[in-house]
Write a protein that binds this ligand. Structure first.
Ligand SMILES: C[S@@+](CC[C@H](N)C(=O)[O-])C[C@H]1O[C@@H](n2cnc3c(N)ncnc32)[C@H](O)[C@@H]1O
Length: 216
């Protein structure tokens, strides 16, 4: 976990909702939630939750959410939006191990998080660890790109990912029914110099943890 990344997102937290809208549309969330087959009464973890983009969609659909992020300022925004702890519980993460018990949730989501972590393979293993048997992981993130300014200006660690790598990491984490496809959405940002405009396709990856879900 990097201090620079945490400081960047702490500073951006009050403006993140507006920034996020300028990068990609709400359709990314709709597609992620549909892919997971979320149902009212379920539990989900939103990893790298930011100001609660995915969390908000889950709460609207009647799920209980654990919102996890490295940035205290982002989690403060989430707490202000969802003050009821029975609906959304915020957990600050300070190491690469997620602060969630094994087999705790029906669904794990991570939107635009994976390209910020040191080891995507380890991170996916952690996300699989906290899923209940039969639970689903849905990742939405950037396909491989060549926009170097996203590293300098947005603290990205990875310049997107080849879909076959994501597929291998998910299978390696023990997930079944792995699929990595085009989300049909794009992420766009202009460099501060004004001369470069990044327009990057977004993939949607999903996988299921083996075993039968416990009856509700
Ligand atoms: C690009 S933002 C996406 C936020 C949100 N998911 C959204 O779609 O608006 C990435 C988020 O991941 C968080 N993050 C980055 N690296 C992290 C790490 N290693 N552990 C936990 N959170 C991390 C950042 O603090 C930030 O809130």
């Amino acid at each position: 976990m990097s201090e620079g990344s945490r400081a960047y997102f702490d500073e951006a937290a009050p403006r993140w909702d507006a920034l996020r809208k300028s990068f990609f549309s709400d359709a990314v969330r709709d597609k992620a939630l549909s892919a997971a087959g979320v149902r009212p009464g379920g539990t989900a973890a939103d990893i790298g939750a930011g100001s609660g983009f995915i969390t908000e969609g889950l709460v609207r659909r009647g799920l209980r959410v654990i919102a996890v992020d490295q940035s205290p300022a982002m989690l403060d925004v989430v707490r202000r939006k969802f003050p009821e702890p029975a609906a959304v519980e915020c957990r600050l993460v300070e190491t690469e191990r997620l602060p969630v018990e094994d087999g705790a949730v029906d669904h794990v989501f991570a939107n635009m998080y994976l390209h910020h972590v040191a080891s995507p393979a380890d991170s996916i293993r952690e996300m699989a660890r906290i899923l209940k048997p039969g639970g689903t992981l849905v990742l939405t993130d950037l396909d491989t790109h060549h926009f170097e300014f996203l590293r300098r200006e947005h603290r990205d660690r990875w310049m997107g990912f080849p879909r076959e790598d994501v597929r291998a990491w998910m299978s390696g984490a023990g997930l079944d029914a792995v699929s990595v496809d085009c989300a049909g959405e794009r992420c766009c940002a202009r460099a501060t110099c004004g001369a470069v405009f990044a327009d990057v396709s977004i993939f949607l990856a999903s996988g299921r943890k083996g075993g039968s879900p416990a009856p509700r």
